[in-house]
Ligand binder design. Structure first.
Ligand code: PEP
Length: 251
């Protein structure tokens, strides 16, 4: 059965020392607690190896927030999937709307990134989601289906079963404007139906689909109680132990 997952996305926040203190604080807070979900921290590249060393791997997995779409070579400033994997990270967030919007990551580029992540035994946390104008013109289902199919639907069933999806309506990210529980459930059910059509019931039912977009302590319980919402990708509220723990404990 699919896993419940709460993943933090620190984005470009915290220096190494502050990030390490945050990871250690969360590690302490989780000690002795019976947690009903997998916990992941998506840290900046510079922090990954230190955070991996500092936390209990049985309680906290570590994710990169991106990886290159090339294997290796003359790509100054890029970080390959192999490099990420060599730090001990087990996950990589791919296709975040900020990467799509500000760094022009197309579905084709993201397909290459997903393939390289999988080839290096990283679990992609693959983000999809519509902008406000697309929702207002009732194109949100088509957009999300397009994002999934263009980047992921050439994967074998075996490879697809390693993917975690994160539905993040762009209008809800960092805005304080959360999708309602009904809007989240409606889209997650649509995504799962799309997966059933392509890969069948078994794989669709085993795929974790996270919600992201201003999720926090006050709305996590309601969001996570929906049958097709299997957890959250959490930005702002993952930047302190005090705000992140209640989201984890919402399960
Ligand atoms: C995100 O960046 O993935 C995100 C969901 O951010 P926030 O929770 O701050 O909206």
């Amino acid at each position: 059965m699919r896993k419940n997952i709460v993943a933090g996305n620190w984005k470009m926040n915290t220096n190494l020392q502050d990030g390490l203190a945050l990871a250690k604080g969360l590690n302490e807070a989780l000690k002795g607690k019976d947690i009903n979900c997998d916990v992941i921290l998506g840290t900046p590249f510079t922090h990954i190896a230190s955070v991996v060393d500092a936390v209990d791997a049985n309680k906290i997995g570590v994710a990169a927030q991106n990886c290159a779409d090339k294997v290796s070579g003359a790509y100054t400033g890029e970080v390959s999937a192999e490099m990420v994997a060599s730090t001990g990270a087990k996950y990589v967030i791919l296709g975040h709307s900020e990467r799509r919007a500000y760094y022009h990551e197309t579905p084709a580029i993201l397909k290459d990134k997903v393939n390289l992540a999988l080839a290096n035994n990283l679990t992609p946390i693959f983000c999809i989601g519509e902008v406000l104008a697309e929702r207002e013109s009732n194109k949100h289902f088509d957009i999300v289906k397009y994002q999934i199919s263009e980047s992921l639907f050439e994967l074998s069933a075996e490879d697809f079963s390693k993917i975690v999806l994160a539905y993040e309506p762009v209008w809800a990210i960092g805005t304080g404007k959360t999708a309602t529980a009904e809007q989240a459930q409606e889209m997650h059910a649509f995504i799962r139906k799309t997966l059933v059509e392509k890969y069948g019931e078994d794989i669709a039912n085993n795929t974790s689909i996270l919600y992201g977009g201003s999720a926090n302590a006050s709305n996590a319980k309601e969001l996570f109680s929906n049958p097709d919402v299997d957890g959250g990708l959490i930005g702002g509220a993952s930047l302190s132990v005090e705000n992140f723990m209640p989201v984890i404990e919402a399960f």
